[in-house]
Design a protein around this ligand. Structure first.
Ligand SMILES: Nc1ncnc2c1ncn2[C@@H]1O[C@H](COP(=O)(O)OP(=O)(O)O)[C@@H](O)[C@H]1O
Ligand SMILES: [Mg+2]
Length: 288
């Protein structure tokens, strides 16, 4: 089992919750670039500000966000930015050209620091010692959040859950595998037409169990955070996912189960949240 899903050894240094304890989020390379403002960065900045696809964003990105994009281009993770895919409360997701054959197209998730909705994040932050150390500093919290999303994507992959492959993180920007085909993004489970809801349910249930076994609870799981990409289900939006250390992880699991069960009930599957949660707990390899 351990081998099949790459489960983490709890004694390992990479145990849940340890990923970024030592990470300094107070100053990043992007912040330094924004301060230095050399000619090359200034040119990049003007080009981005003039480009059509970024005009859609009501609040033009601040210099440090532009510097993060610049750094990602410099480091070769992104060649060119495409249009926006989605604009949510905390982040806007863009499509972009990746730099090698492996990642021809990538998704770039840009978190807003000034406009980020703290109230919505708070529920996941309170009680998590990793965040409490950051105090109330909004920028540091958003930066830590993005790193957590990256770490959670890695952890989910190791646990055998289909998620976008995380590629790079820079300040408030996350680059990941683009889910879709021929430049068209994959629909969410809410928008896709399911030919076989029973099988889809079983896959989602198994992914929830694997996450749980890897010590993670998604915390915002619903038909809106599951994509159907080339016939495969893919879990997204794992920034808020918590480890079982979090005091509310049980409550989050219950809520995820209720959301997932009500979606599949509408698809004709006879399932309730409590039954789904019981199944996950009963079938978990680990005991918690
Ligand atoms: N890796 C990806 N590939 C393709 N589309 C994506 C990807 N990540 C996000 N999206 C699209 O962007 C939307 C918002 O992304 P999500 O991570 O759920 O952010 P939010 O916090 O705004 O809900 C998703 O519903 C999906 O349509
Ligand atoms: Mg989402």
């Amino acid at each position: 089992m351990n081998e099949e899903y790459g489960l983490l050894d709890p004694d390992n240094a990479d145990a849940p919750g340890d990923e970024w304890e030592e990470i300094d989020v107070s100053d990043t390379e992007a912040d330094r670039i924004a301060r230095r403002r050399d000619r090359e960065f200034n040119q990049f900045r003007e080009r981005i500000k003039d480009s059509e696809q970024f005009k859609v964003e009501q609040s033009v990105f601040d210099d440090a966000t532009l510097a993060a994009l610049y750094k990602l281009v410099q480091d070769g993770y992104v060649q060119a930015f495409g249009g926006p895919i989605s604009s949510g409360k905390e982040a806007t997701v863009y499509s972009a050209l990746g730099d090698d054959d492996e990642h021809e197209e990538v998704a770039v998730k840009i978190y807003r620091i000034s406009a980020s909705n703290f109230r919505d994040m708070r529920e996941y932050l309170v009680g998590d010692p990793r965040f409490e150390e950051l105090g109330g500093d909004k920028k540091r919290i958003v930066l830590a959040w993005v790193r957590k999303e990256f770490a959670n994507l890695e952890r989910a992959r190791k646990a055998g859950v289909r998620v976008p492959e995380p590629i790079a993180v820079q300040r408030n920007v996350l680059v990941m595998e683009f889910m879709g085909n021929d430049g068209r993004r994959a629909p969410t489970l809410a928008d896709a037409r399911l030919e076989n809801p029973r099988t889809a349910f079983e896959v989602v249930r198994e992914y929830m169990r694997r996450l749980f076994d890897a010590g993670l609870v998604h915390g915002d799981l619903s038909e809106y955070n599951i994509l159907v990409s080339n016939g495969e289900l893919c879990i997204i939006d794992v920034g808020q996912a918590v480890t079982f250390h979090h005091p509310n992880s049980g409550e989050f699991l219950t809520r995820d189960c209720v959301n997932v069960a009500s979606f599949f009930r509408r698809e004709g599957i006879d399932i309730h949240g409590d039954e789904l949660e019981a199944w996950i707990r009963e079938n978990a390899e680990s005991e918690r």
